[in-house]
Structures are given as structure tokens and as C-alpha cells.
Design a protein around this ligand. Structure first.
Ligand code: NAG
Ligand code: NAG
Ligand code: NAG
Length: 625
């Protein structure tokens, strides 16, 4: 924990595949560096540091964290102290008094955030004079007495904070990964308590007020006849509005955030993980990582940028990093939504199976799932012509066909939501849309432009598409791939990137198939509406013998959404000693897609504990997505 961290590893720039900034940028930056790099300036920074340190140290004493009193701080130390937030588990630690990992010639800084002091890393790894980013960390320590290192976690999004995964979920995450590792959660750049934060609008309220009741919030209204030119015109009209709304948001962001936006992308987050691994586990230590959904993009960056550092890495719910970085977002549905229909079918079959008592959309025992689906579909079609007035939702509004589609899509992503979404839809079909509106709004997080700050820095957008091009693409996907095409685009809010105002200092452009020091484990489930098994297979094939695919036969977004003992067992074995599942392993589901207490009661105490831990993590992630 207190290993010395030199600058060497990160200094070896550029690595292969890293695109240098445009020449003009370099010139501007070197001039800025020269003017900042005077001894006088450095002295001022050092004096500032000393004062900040003293204040921070006093703060610790005041809050009574005795362990740190009288401890000598070396450059490169991290000190951990108790966390102070709500809902934190016993034994969780927050990165306090994290001495800046900088040599004396770098700008040094301590930063206090509440009583936690966060870890400082270079804001810009290509320009060490650009200042620091302050990463909020949480840790839940290995409990086995046989510590093997740290595992960094990312819950996806992008845009989701991750510190809580250690501080609130540490023991449950350890049930998944084994007790030999310290569980490390952190808020990635731009997100949560980490600084710089992405905050383009004055407050979350003003951001929501901006998009509320626009197409970006209630979704696209798709008419039932996909070949009708009137439908196409209507969609183009909505797309023009969506695009102008994105352009406005990006301009707001440019105005409030300016250049700070450049430092939020995945390349930097991967570098931060490497940096913090060296800090916590020692120079050159293996990097261990568990990432879900977007976290698999981060994982592909990480292992390909640092192939000789790969320790135990698990990716669940795979997005193809090549699509993510080079394919325009409005075309992602073609690849990302190939299992959306399968997931929808699974929802309907499970609903029919459990019957009306547990799934309100079913009207009798053993009903034909297609009958349930066609009732839902004709309701959504009706909404296209007659939106439902909902005067008594928490926030009054209208239930449009686009919004109903969004609700349904959020539900098939999250099996935990299925019974409540079914109930809400059934109520709406009977004239009361209040629950449908409430559930739909609760399923979306409007975190300013935190997500765009990552995805738009990652994605190179070659051309600005016309509204006609965007809609013709979606009409094709609607017809050939899934009816959730435009819902997917609204929920995965990455399609305004052609208006993104800045260029990041580095981009990683592959290769994406490095031979890795240790093989990684890729996990996919058979009916994932947004990260299909097909992508898991593709990425697994790309890595050749450097990866192994584990399949779980379940619906929902990520295998973790419906965790099985088989998957948990395979993950624990992998983290324990690198054991890979047999080629072609398919894990069966445990229990039904609808909560089923009888089925759970049939397990041993230990198995039940494992399943419940995994579900707890999944459920908590769902809330934070
Ligand atoms: C869909 O629209 C096309 C073009 O207007 C029309 O020819 C076709 O009959 C419509 N289909 C249905 C099922 O209404
Ligand atoms: C909302 O209004 C509808 C229609 O007037 C009514 O049937 C329903 O009970 C109300 N729901 C709530 C939650 O107040
Ligand atoms: C990586 O992929 C490229 C392009 O498909 C291929 O030429 C190369 O041999 C692959 N490298 C490895 C290590 O498999």
C-alpha cells in the first residue's frame, strides 16, 4: 500500500497505437509548459502543498482518525482511513491522505473532499505540467489472510461512479471474486467525487429541465408502418429536434467546461488504473480488473495498452471497443442490439410461465407468450395515435409510444425491474399511466453530460450525418434487427458526439488483439438486449489464446444481472489461480427470471449467500446506472 511510485512507467510515451495530438496543440502546450515551469512557480506550488498537507493532517486529527497521527509521509504513499458516507460497510476504507504521486518537479497537490482526501494523478499523461486529476477511491481489504493484490472495478455506463462498489458493496463483491483481493472502487474521471467533474449545466435540475419532455427524454415515436413515407418524415422531424438539442447541450458544455473536457476519456481512465495499481501493489505489479458493459470497453483499452501487465481480468457484457472508438454511435444498434428481440421474447415467456400472480401482463395461467406480447404491442401502437394523459404521476406528463418503448427496453435490460415494469404497463393499459411514467423516469439517470464526456472523447466521428441518414439507418435496424432500435439510441446517449467541442490529448487506436501476459475471462449471456453474445464471441476470437469465453444462459444486461452459481464459481476459480472454464462452457440460470423465493430456498446456505451477494451487487448497480 505504501509502495514507492516513480514516474517511469507512465513516462514511456507514446505507446504503440497512441495517436499524438495535432501539431498545433503541441506548440501551444509547450509554450504554456515553459511559462509555468519556472523555479519560482514550483516553489509556490510546493509551499501551497505544505499548507494543504498541514490542513489535511489537522483535519484528520480533528475527526479522530488516530492511525495516521505521527505517521511520516513519503512521496508515493497512500493512507487509508474510514469512509464517512452513508450506507458504507464495516471495514471499508477510503483513500485518505493520499500523498501525491509526483516527483518534486511535478506540481504537487493535496485535496480534501469532505474528510476524504483523494488520490492525485496527472490530469494529462502527455503533459505533466497540466496539473492533477483527483480520483476518489474506496477499498475493501482482502479477508483471507492470503492477499494477492487489488482488483479495480468499473460498473459501466459510462458515467457511473464506482467508489461505492468497494465502500458499500465490498463484502458482496468479494463473494464474486474471492477473498484474496482488495476490492478497489473508484469514480472515474469526470464522475462522482472525482475531479475534474463534468458539470456543464448549473445543476442536475437545470439539465433535466432542459431535456424534459423533449425527444431526448420521452423517446422517438415510431409509427407501426415502417415503409410509410409519412412515418419516415415524422422520424426525420424528431431527429432534427434531437440533433439541435444535442448541439445546444454541447455548446453549453463548451462554455462552462472548456478545455477540461479533454481529459475525461477512456485512455486516461486506463492510465489511472495502471498508475494506481503500481501505487497500491508495487511498481510493475499485475493489473486485476472486473468491468461490466462500458467497463468492458475500458477493459479492452487497459489490456491492450498494458498487455504485459495483465493479471486477472474479467469482462462481462461486452461492447466491441473497435465499434466504440470508430463506428458512429447512430449505427451501433446494428451490432449492439442483435439480441434485443430474444430478450423481449424471454421476458414474455417468463411472464407467461409465472402467470398473472407474479406478472401482471399475463391474464391467465399458461397463456401463450405471443398473446401477451401482441397486447403490449397494440397498446404501444395506440399510444402513437393517442398519447395517454397522466395527471397524477410524481411529475405529471404524457405516456407516448416512445416512452412506453423506453420503459420496456429498460425492463428487459434489468430482470430486477421486470415484475414492477409489467405491473406499471398493465396499469397504463387500463388507463392509469402514473406508475409507467414514474418507473420509466426512475430507470434513467440524467447525469449532466458525464457520459458524453467519456464516449465522445473516445469516438472519432468522421462525418456529420444528416437526419435522413440517421433515420434510414434506424428504419433498417427497426425492420431487420429490433423494434427497440431508437429506444436503444435514446437510452445509450452517445449520439451527439459529432457536436463534441474538444479533442482529447491522446487516443488509443489499437491493435486490440495483443497477446496478453495472462489470458482474460470474457462473460456473455445468451439474451442480453444491449451487449449481445455475438459481440462477446467476436472479442473473444480477436484475442485468440489470450482469452476464454464463458456463456450464461440468461436474459438481461450482463450475466451478473441474473447471476448463477456456475458463473460465480468460474469467476472465483479464475481469480484464485487463473483457472479458465472449459471451452464452450454454458452456465444454466439459477431460478426464474422473475423473483422466486421457493427456488432460492432449495440451495445450501453457502450457495444462497453467494447468489444473494451477487444479486445485491447487480441490484445496486442497476440503481446507479
Ligand atoms: C404501409 O405504407 C405503405 C406506403 O404508404 C402502404 O403501401 C402499405 O399498404 C402500408 N401498410 C400497411 C400494413 O398499412
Ligand atoms: C391516477 O388517476 C387515475 C385516473 O384518474 C386513477 O384511476 C388512479 O387511481 C390514480 N392513481 C394514483 C396513483 O393516484
Ligand atoms: C491482430 O489482428 C491483425 C489484423 O486482423 C492481424 O494481422 C494480427 O496478426 C493479429 N495479431 C495477433 C497477435 O493475433
Amino acid at each position: 500500500m505504501t509502495d514507492h511510485r516513480s514516474w517511469e512507467t507512465a513516462e514511456k510515451l507514446p505507446r504503440d497505437g497512441l495517436v499524438s495530438p495535432v501539431v498545433g496543440d503541441v506548440g501551444t502546450r509547450s509554450r504554456a509548459r515553459a511559462s509555468r515551469g519556472t523555479w519560482l512557480g514550483r516553489l509556490a506550488v510546493l509551499t501551497g502543498l505544505y499548507l494543504a498537507c498541514t490542513a489535511a493532517f489537522k483535519g484528520q486529527i480533528r475527526f479522530g482518525n488516530q492511525p495516521h497521527v505521527g505517521v511520516e509521509y513519503r512521496v508515493g504513499d497512500v493512507k487509508w482511513g474510514p469512509c464517512t458516507g452513508e450506507g458504507e460497510v464495516e471495514g471499508a476504507e477510503c483513500g485518505t491522505q493520499c500523498k501525491c504521486m509526483c516527483s518534486l518537479l511535478q506540481s504537487l497537490k493535496w485535496q480534501e473532499s469532505g474528510t476524504d482526501i483523494v488520490c492525485s494523478v496527472p490530469l494529462d499523461y502527455t503533459d505533466r505540467d497540466a496539473g492533477v486529476a483527483k480520483i476518489a477511491l474506496g477499498r475493501y481489504k482482502s479477508t483471507s489472510g492470503n492477499r494477492k493484490g487489488s482488483v479495480f472495478l468499473n460498473p459501466g455506463g459510462p458515467g457511473s461512479p464506482g467508489k461505492w462498489l468497494a465502500t458499500q458493496m465490498g463484502p458482496y463483491v468479494q463473494m464474486l471474486l474471492g477473498e484474496d483481493y482488495d476490492v478497489i472502487g473508484f469514480d472515474p474521471r469526470g464522475i462522482g467525487e472525482t475531479e475534474p467533474q463534468t458539470q456543464c449545466f448549473p445543476s442536475p435540475g437545470t439539465h433535466f429541465a432542459f431535456i424534459a419532455n423533449t425527444v431526448l427524454e420521452h423517446g422517438f415515436d415510431v409509427g407501426p408502418n415502417l415503409t410509410d413515407p409519412k412515418n419516415r418524415d415524422h422520424l426525420i422531424h424528431q431527429q432534427r429536434e434531437a440533433d439541435a438539442l444535442w448541439q445546444t447541450q454541447m455548446r453549453v458544455c463548451e462554455q462552462t467546461m472548456g478545455d477540461k473536457l479533454r481529459y475525461m476519456g477512456t485512455v486516461n481512465i486506463a492510465r489511472d488504473i495502471e498508475f494506481m495499481t503500481s501505487l497500491l501493489d508495487g511498481e510493475g505489479a499485475p493489473i486485476n480488473y472486473y468491468g461490466l458493459s462500458y467497463g468492458t470497453v475500458l477493459g479492452q483499452f487497459l489490456v491492450n495498452m498494458f498487455p504485459d501487465r495483465v493479471g486477472r481480468v474479467v469482462l462481462d457484457g461486452v461492447v466491441d471497443a473497435i465499434d466504440w472508438t470508430t463506428f458512429p454511435a447512430y449505427k451501433w444498434g446494428r451490432h449492439l442490439q442483435t439480441s434485443s428481440e430474444a430478450a423481449y421474447q424471454r421476458l414474455m415467456s417468463a411472464c407467461a410461465e409465472v402467470g398473472p400472480l407474479r406478472c401482471a401482463l399475463a391474464k391467465k395461467e399458461n397463456e401463450d407468450p405471443d398473446a401477451i406480447m401482441s397486447r403490449v404491442e397494440s397498446f404501444i401502437e395506440d399510444l402513437h395515435y393517442h398519447p395517454l394523459a397522466v395527471h397524477n404521476a410524481t411529475m405529471p406528463g404524457i405516456l407516448t409510444s416512445g416512452r412506453a418503448r423506453l420503459l420496456l427496453f429498460a425492463a428487459i435490460e434489468a430482470p430486477e425491474l421486470w415484475s414492477i415494469a409489467a405491473l406499471a404497463l398493465d396499469m397504463a393499459m387500463n388507463g392509469d399511466g402514473s406508475a409507467a411514467l414514474d418507473v420509466q423516469r426512475a430507470s434513467i439517470h440524467y447525469d449532466d453530460l458525464q457520459r458524453s464526456a467519456i464516449s465522445c472523447n473516445d469516438n472519432t466521428v468522421p462525418d456529420v450525418p444528416t437526419a435522413e441518414e440517421v433515420i434510414d439507418e434506424h428504419l433498417w435496424v427497426l425492420e431487420h434487427v429490433t423494434r427497440f432500435s431508437l429506444a436503444g439510441m435514446v437510452l445509450e446517449t452517445d449520439f451527439g458526439c459529432h457536436h463534441w467541442p474538444v479533442t482529447p490529448p491522446e487516443r488509443f487506436t489499437g491493435p486490440w488483439n495483443h497477446t496478453l501476459r495472462n489470458p482474460i475471462l470474457i462473460v456473455s449471456n445468451t439474451a442480453d438486449p444491449i451487449t449481445p453474445l455475438a459481440t462477446g464471441k467476436l472479442v473473444n476470437e480477436r484475442f485468440g489464446s489470450s482469452s476464454r469465453l464463458l456463456v450464461q444462459d440468461s436474459a438481461g444486461h450482463c450475466a451478473l444481472a441474473m447471476p448463477s452459481l456456475c458463473m460465480i464459481g468460474n469467476m472465483r476459480a479464475f481469480f484464485a489461480d487463473g483457472t479458465l472454464p472449459e471451452e464452450g462452457t454454458v452456465c444454466p440460470m439459477d431460478g426464474s427470471q422473475f423473483p422466486d423465493s421457493d427456488a432460492v430456498n432449495a440451495y445450501t446456505v453457502e450457495d444462497k449467500k453467494m447468489l444473494e451477494s451477487a444479486r445485491r451487487v447487480a441490484k445496486a448497480m442497476l440503481k446507479k446506472w
